[in-house]
Design a protein around this ligand. Structure first.
Ligand SMILES: [Zn+2]
Ligand SMILES: [Zn+2]
Length: 359
């Protein structure tokens, strides 16, 4: 499919514009996706502003970022076996080489060939161009076919919700247990909804409007750390003095890293989802050792998309879409980012539609 398309092109840190560029061509194992809906990720503003260039995101300019999307396959390259034109798909950021030891074990989020394009590794929207465009090419491994009753808008949430599922899986959530989630943003709310769907009760820790929003979406108990005293003591009080079976840290500040460990019960599990700004964060090391807490770093969402899509389709994550508070057309990308970053009008998940037709 030759022709031109609109894309949000970043030219330098903080400098981007909507431009007409060539529609890319799918290579071997790749498909061309018509992007129908994009979600702004919490990590996108940093990539646009050039704050995470040390990670190689982006590796060069000009660059098209973005990794949370859904769309439809419009063209397939050579040797594509699992997708056909017309398939509705949602995407993942990580695409492993497929042949290294970690990829073979299903841990393609930890591909040992990270950054090696020759070997087939891709990190869409990070070190490989992404979805802030009307079309983009993707390796067939990075896409999941969506059930008919899952909308394109809902499909954009699969990457975020999948990461929350990965954290909960690492912690071994069991029905009837209790989970603490720190940080009522899109990631924390996803974790709350999935933990509830898995049969756990959820205490959400945060503050203000977003905490109230998490309560409206179904958190069993809320701890507003600005109003109550010590949130660690509050968690203990709510859990019969023991602490929680698992704690999901999705707030990304030093206090939350420290407190998340202290909120776990003896033998409990803690998952960090937020990327700390640097190494050497304070972690409650003594408490961790004395109480045999297991701590999991959580990176992305390997093998989670299919499960999230199924849970959206069967209604057990039916309220996930309530996180979508705003939708903008692609020519208002700047306004969309501003709304997301400033959390204007209670913004939680802000979407962009690259085409005028309804998603
Ligand atoms: Zn994301
Ligand atoms: Zn690999």
């Amino acid at each position: 499919m030759a022709g031109k398309m609109k894309a949000v092109v970043i030219h330098a840190p903080g400098e981007y514009a909507l431009e007409e560029v060539d529609i890319p061509k799918p290579k071997r194992g790749e498909v061309l996706v018509k992007i129908r809906a994009i979600a702004i990720c919490g990590s996108d503003p940093g990539i646009f502003a050039g704050r995470v260039r040390a990670n190689g995101w982006p590796p060069c300019y000009p660059f098209v970022a973005g990794h949370e999307f859904a769309g439809e396959v419009v063209e397939i390259g050579e040797s594509v076996t699992v997708l056909r034109p017309g398939d509705r798909v949602s995407g993942e950021a990580h695409c492993g080489c497929g042949v290294c030891e970690n990829c073979k074990r299903g841990m393609y989020n930890l591909c040992l060939n990270y950054g090696n394009k020759e070997a087939g590794h891709r990190h869409y929207g990070h070190n490989t161009e992404g979805c802030y465009a009307q079309y983009q090419v993707y390796d067939q491994k990075a896409l999941s076919r969506m059930p008919d009753n899952v909308s394109f808008d809902e499909g954009t949430l699969v990457d975020t919700a999948g990461t929350a599922l990965n954290a909960l899986r690492l912690c071994g959530v069991v029905p009837g247990g209790n989970t603490v989630v720190i940080g009522p943003g899109p990631m924390g709310i996803s974790a709350m909804l999935i933990a509830k769907a898995m049969g756990s009760s959820v205490i959400m820790v945060g503050r203000g409007e977003r905490l109230m929003f998490a309560g409206k979406l179904g958190a069993d108990e809320l701890i507003d750390y600005e109003k109550t005293g010590d949130p660690v003591l509050e968690v203990r009080r709510m859990t019969g003095g023991y602490g929680a079976d698992q704690v999901i840290e999705a707030a990304g500040n030093t206090t939350a890293f420290l407190e998340s460990v202290q909120m776990a019960k003896k033998g409990g599990q803690v998952a960090f989802i937020s990327i700390p700004s640097e190494d050497g964060q304070s972690i409650a090391g003594k408490y961790l050792v004395m109480n045999q807490i297991s701590l999991h770093g959580t990176r992305a969402n390997p093998n989670c998309s299919r499960h999230i899509l199924h849970m959206i389709s069967n209604g057990s994550l039916g309220t996930l879409k309530n996180m979508i508070t705003h939708v903008f057309p692609i020519d208002q990308t700047r306004e969309a980012f501003d709304t997301f970053i400033r959390r204007r009008d209670g913004a939680v998940k802000v979407l962009i539609h690259p085409f005028a037709e309804p998603a």
